[in-house]
Design a protein around this ligand. Structure first.
Ligand code: PLP
Length: 386
């Protein structure tokens, strides 16, 4: 959605800040995923709810036929409410509490992605109490580094996630002794905002080695889940609104040696929803300092924490002005010096009341909002309702 396409006259009636979702772009993104994943037999795509659990988006994603990847009981509830079929729900997380495991069992979810032996034992006990058998995949830590921000790598030995691959055989053996556990697969996730297909290739190589080892022990697992992680172009939301899903799925199709009958699962979050969302905020004040000019807006890191948390870049556009650009620090109203969206960026000359769009904010935006400073949570509107 280019700058001129935002319906700013309609924004006048809405309280800012709010999220604005271009659902046409979301639908187009989903059609691209279905088309590109559909080129390869046995590819099954789940949406990682953690990226954005806005019910209006979940409905559209569910209607496109994707499964759901959850990391908490609350997310299982959100995707059940949104109508995702139970047999398409997977549940990962290093610290699943008993009520969350019970919720998964009660809903007969497709699979628990298990991250430790103590967790496996608890799932076995809780499933036994219900007379059920839980399907599990082991989340292995492949010790593959991803070329992304250090805070969003997950597949290194030093990260808390997953089971060390050297223990794969041991955990599978232990699980085979448990009456209420059925091991159906292996799960991996190396990190987020990954643009270098070489990182996914490295994961494929690791999985190929592990599968060879399993074969030596005559173990055949039906499901391989490679997690998510495909990145987006934060610099150019208009030029590259849809990530290169073809290159992504083709990489797995070429490099991962699936065994016959195996299904390959993906859990994409950011790549699905990031580009369709913008945080819309209004300029409160222009403050001329001695060294800088500040554009103070009514959104803060309580609405979008990525810049403060990961030093993430988001393109910012002044939707209300076409005047020559000036250089600003765009900052929020929160009493913290990290409440900065961007430093020294060019914006069309800004005035009090101007609408600014902070782009590519559909993933890890609204869902991470907080009420710090007793602020209200931002609303989320779709382009169909505004
Ligand atoms: C287990 C798991 N799967 C999937 C995802 C989604 O990642 P992304 O939004 O980068 O696709 C995450 C995010 O960290 C995750 O932890």
């Amino acid at each position: 959605m280019t700058k001129g396409q935002f319906p700013i006259s309609k924004f006048e009636q809405l309280r800012t800040p709010f999220y604005y979702y271009d659902v046409e772009l979301l639908r187009e993104t989903l059609r691209t995923i279905t088309r590109e994943a559909g080129q390869h037999e046995g590819f099954c795509v789940h949406y990682a709810i953690k990226a954005n659990a806005n019910p209006k988006l979940l409905k559209i994603i569910r209607e496109a036929g994707l499964g759901a990847d959850c990391v908490s009981g609350g997310e299982i509830e959100a995707c059940v409410r949104a109508g995702f079929p139970n047999n398409k729900i997977v549940y990962a997380g290093v610290g699943k509490s008993d009520w969350e495991i019970n919720l998964g069992l009660d809903n007969d979810i497709f699979c628990f992605n298990v991250e430790s032996i103590p967790e496996l034992e608890v799932i076995n006990e809780l499933a036994a109490a219900k007379g059920k058998v839980a399907r599990v995949a082991f989340r292995l830590n492949p010790n593959v580094g991803a070329h992304t921000h250090a805070n969003i790598t997950t597949g290194l030995a030093e990260n808390k996630f997953g089971i060390d691959m050297r223990d794969m055989q041991k955990v599978i053996d232990e699980a085979s002794q448990m009456e209420h556990i059925r091991v159906v697969g292996l799960h991996f996730h190396i990190g987020s905002q990954i643009l270098d297909m070489g990182d996914f290739e490295a994961l494929c190589n690791r999985i190929n080695d592990l599968q060879n080892e399993l074969e030596r022990h005559r173990i055949h697992l039906e499901h391989i889940n490679v997690g998510g992680g495909l990145g987006i172009d934060y610099q150019h939301p208009n030029r590259v609104p849809i990530p290169d899903f073809k290159a992504y799925f083709d990489t797995y199709a070429k490099k991962l040696k699936l065994r016959s009958g195996q299904t390959l699962h993906f859990e994409l979050g950011r790549a699905i929803v990031a580009q369709c969302g913008s945080l819309i905020t209004r300029t409160l004040y222009i403050k001329e300092g001695y060294v800088k000019k500040f554009c103070i807006v009514d959104a803060g890191f309580t609405d979008l924490i990525r810049p403060a948390l990961y030093q993430a870049y988001h393109k910012i556009e002044n939707l209300s002005s076409d005047e020559p650009v000036e250089t600003y620090d765009v900052v929020g109203p929160i009493c913290e010096s990290t409440d900065v969206f961007a430093k020294q960026i060019d914006l069309n000359k800004a005035h009090r009341g101007d609408f600014l769009a902070i782009r590519s904010a559909g993933a890890y935006g609204e869902i991470m909002a907080s009420q710090y400073n007793c602020r209200q949570l931002p609303m989320g509107y779709t382009s169909e309702e505004v």
